[in-house]
Design a protein around this ligand. Structure first.
Ligand code: FAD
Length: 472
């Protein structure tokens, strides 16, 4: 009898440990071939950031020596479009005599449609497909209300998720053992994805399973106890950050949420770990993915609450939007946050909320423009979390901030960057100003070249409230 051949299609699950699709493919002595589909034009057209593509590329490359050792050759399909995945994978499966294709689900609608087309194309040539929920701890559709529907509010979802965890509480799956033989040789990855300048801060975002698990372990051993106290205060030194900075790795699947959960439990002697604030954030991540599956319109950028959006008259104010994009609004905390994003591909969560509130409420620019700009620049760009974050901030999402909650950027700056250390780090013109509240004043540093504020906060706030109350 010949040994079966199976294909594992790697996407945003770039890891060998706790990868259910890979484990399934390696369940017996089958020969297993890994395959990646590179569609840079599509990624670019869909607004993926170069930083994230660079991280993805480097993480994949970092896995290759171990894949070689495990006899897991990698095939690389260079494709023009998303739609080309179906015929290309069917051809490859036939060429290698593969009996099965395994992959981990991705939840946005485009990705689900692409995967369904791939499964149909494979079926036509007699190859079966099998998909797994490697991107979530609890699969979509498994955390439901008493009536069997999806929760629309986070807190009851979180409570039900914690109760449901018992049923999904399986250990992290180890890396599979080496295959006896490889049915083909590996193909080289392109030196760099060959359009545009891939540039990201490799010094801040190292790749490789060892680096990623070290970051996770250091966080849960040394910093998670202080998370609730420190998580809202952005830092200038990444090492001093109160949050884990694991989102880029979760986003490309260099790390699984189940690995995060296991590490949290192993290192935490607090019996109430199930209610820890850090786990709460991981559950928000799950909430947004569950919503995406339950409400397909979200993938088409429809608001979760159209009745709220109907009351807002979005402004077509391109100069204001451009000033926001460049970090030149004259509001120090907003501008410093945008400079952090442009330079490092990352922005602290508190700052994401501040800049999103500023754009959608004070400038009244459509949240979709902000969400797209984020995806084009974030190293942790993640469709579900980004959509959730923008809809929350603009009050059109599930369990969103109420419309009248409009962040005052100056007050937020004073509260979460009280010495102005963060703003002065990113805006050097502020360094001559005495550390403290003065650095957060709109227009601070204008004598040294910083822009004057592009809006009057009080007036803009009132206009936003009037707009909402009058329905546009
Ligand atoms: P930690 O605080 O250490 O949290 C651990 C993990 O939990 C994170 O890595 C992340 O995977 C998840 N998480 C934390 N907060 C949230 C949240 N509010 N919603 C969903 N998941 C969360 N997160 C992304 O991963 N990608 C995005 O594209 C993204 N866009 C956002 C846009 C806006 C407007 C807002 C307000 C938030 C966005 N977030 C996004 C959520 C959050 O800002 C980041 O996940 C967080 O800043 C990542 O930092 P960390 O890894 O140190 O998080």
């Amino acid at each position: 009898m010949t040994t079966p051949v199976r294909l594992v299609w790697l996407r945003n699950d770039l890891r060998l440990t706790d990868n259910p699709a890979l484990t399934h493919a390696c369940r017996d002595d089958a020969a297993v071939v890994l395959v990646v589909t590179l569609t840079p034009e599509s990624w670019h057209a869909h607004g993926e950031s170069l930083a994230r593509m660079g991280l993805w590329n480097d993480q994949l490359r970092s896995l290759l020596p171990e894949c070689e050792r495990l006899n897991l050759p990698l095939r690389v399909l260079h494709l023009q479009r998303f739609a080309d995945c179906a015929p290309a994978l069917a051809d490859l499966a036939q060429q290698l005599g593969a009996a099965e294709l395994c992959f981990n689900y991705e939840y946005p609608l485009n990705e689900r449609n692409r995967d369904a087309a791939v499964c149909r194309a494979l079926e036509r040539v007699g190859v079966s497909s099998r998909a797994f929920h490697g991107e979530l701890i609890i699969p979509p559709g498994q955390v439901l209300t008493g009536q069997g529907g999806m929760f629309k509010v986070y807190t009851p979802f979180g409570n039900a998720w914690r109760r449901r965890l018992i049923d999904f509480d399986s250990p992290v799956i180890p890396c599979p053992s080496a295959r006896r033989r490889a049915v083909c040789a590996s193909e080289p990855l392109p030196a760099d994805l060959d359009y545009g300048a891939i540039r990201y801060r490799r010094d801040i975002w190292p790749v490789g399973e060892a680096h990623v698990s070290e970051r996770l372990n250091t966080f849960v051993q040394e910093r998670v106890q202080d998370y609730a106290r420190k998580r809202d205060f952005p830092q200038t030194d990444p090492a001093g950050e109160g949050t884990s900075r694991l989102s880029p790795y979760l986003s490309i699947g260099a790390l699984s949420p189940r690995q995060c959960l296991a590490a949290l439990r192993a290192e935490n002697d607090d019996p109430d770990w199930l209610h820890s604030s850090w786990l709460n954030e991981l559950i928000w991540r799950e909430f947004y993915r569950h919503l995406l599956v339950a409400y397909p319109g979200l993938s088409r950028l429809e608001p979760f609450r159209p009745e709220v959006e109907a009351r807002i008259s979005w402004q077509q104010d391109d100069p204001a939007f451009q000033a926001w994009c460049r970090g030149e609004t004259g509001f120090p905390i907003v501008d410093a946050a945008m400079k952090q994003l442009l330079d490092t591909g990352w922005m602290h969560n508190r700052l994401r909320m501040i800049v999103a509130s500023f754009l959608t409420k004070l400038l009244r620019v459509d949240w979709r423009l902000g969400a797209d700009f984020f995806m084009r620049h974030l190293i942790d760009g993640d469709f579900a979390s980004n959509l959730g974050g923008w809809q929350w901030s603009s009050s059109v999402g599930a369990d969103a901030a109420p419309y009248f909650r409009i962040f005052n950027p100056q007050v937020q700056g004073e509260k979460f960057d009280p010495n102005g250390t963060f703003v002065a780090h990113w805006l050097p013109e502020l360094r001559d100003i005495e550390p403290g509240k003065a650095r957060q004043r709109p227009g601070a540093g204008s004598a040294r070249g910083r822009p004057e504020p592009i809006i009057d906060y009080k007036q803009a706030r009132q206009t936003a409230l009037d707009d909402y109350q009058s329905g546009g």
